[in-house]
Design a protein around this ligand. Structure first.
Ligand code: 3PG
Length: 213
C-alpha cells in the first residue's frame, strides 16, 4: 500500500534536509520566528502541538508565510489530524505511532512522518507502507551507531533522526546512507524564542545553511 503516502512526505522535504522544530509560548512569536529562519535560508518548519499556541501559530504562518513548508509536530492523537489540516499544515510528525493514527491519517490530504524507535515499531510502519520514518529519541536510542545497526535488517527504510541533534552532529547523521533528513530544535532554542532573539536564530539558521552548502 501507501507507497504514495511515503512519496508525498518525500516530496515535502525535498530540498529541506534539516527541519527545525519549535514550540511557541505566544502567538506573537510565530511570524518573527518564521522570518528569522527564512532570512537564514531555512524554508521548512515543524511547529509542535505541545502548547496551546501550536495550532493558531500554524494557521498564522501558513496564511502569512506560504513560502515556508510548514508541518505540525508532536501529533499524538488521531483527532489532532483534522485540526492540523484545517490550520494549513502540509505535514504531520508523530513521536511514536499508533494504529489508530495510521488509520486516521489515510483519510486526510496531508503527508505523515511517523515516529518509531524500535525494530518492531519500524516493522509496523512498514506494514502500512511507510519507508520513511522518524527515529526518536535518537540520542537516547543509540545515536549514529543505532542507525548503522538498523541499516542491516532495514536497508529499505530511511530515517529522520530527531532528539539531541545539534550543529556539531547533524552532518554526521546526514552522511548516513539510511538518513534522508534530520530534525531538531538547535536553531530554535527556547531561550531565544522566549526572548525574541530573532537575530540569533537567523545566525544559527545561516550557520546551518552554510554547513549544508
Ligand atoms: C522533538 O520532538 O522534541 C524533536 O525531536 C526535537 O528534539 P530536540 O529538541 O532534542 O532537538
Amino acid at each position: 500500500m501507501p507507497e504514495d503516502v511515503l512519496l508525498s512526505f518525500e516530496q515535502v522535504v525535498t530540498g529541506h534536509p534539516v527541519i527545525p522544530v519549535v514550540t511557541f509560548s505566544s502567538l506573537d512569536q510565530a511570524l518573527p520566528l518564521a522570518d528569522a529562519l527564512l532570512e537564514g535560508g531555512i524554508r521548512i518548519l515543524e511547529v509542535t502541538l505541545r502548547s496551546e499556541v501550536g495550532l493558531p501559530a500554524i494557521e498564522r504562518i501558513s496564511t502569512e508565510r506560504p513560502d515556508i513548508t510548514l508541518g505540525a509536530g508532536s501529533v499524538k492523537r488521531p483527532g489532532d489530524i483534522q485540526s492540523v489540516v484545517s490550520a494549513g499544515a502540509r505535514f504531520a510528525v508523530t513521536p511514536g505511532t499508533t494504529l489508530a493514527m495510521l488509520e486516521e491519517i489515510a483519510r486526510w490530504d496531508i503527508a505523515l512522518l511517523p515516529g518509531a524507535s524500535t525494530p518492531s515499531e519500524i516493522l509496523t510502519l512498514m506494514d502500512f507502507g511507510y519507508y520513511q520514518q522518524k527515529i526518536f529519541p535518537v540520542d537516547h536510542s543509540g545515536g549514529i551507531k543505532y542507525l548503522e545497526s538498523l541499516s542491516g535488517p532495514f536497508p529499505e527504510v530511511h530515517f529522520c533522526p530527531s532528539g539531541g541533534i545539534c550543529s556539531n552532529n547533524f552532518l554526521d547523521y546526514l552522511a548516513l546512507l539510511n538518513v534522508f533528513c534530520v530534525s531538531g530544535s538547535w536553531m530554535t532554542p527556547t531561550s531565544f524564542v522566549e526572548n525574541s532573539n530573532w537575530a540569533a536564530i537567523t545566525r544559527l539558521a545561516l550557520e546551518t545553511s552554510r554547513q549544508l552548502a
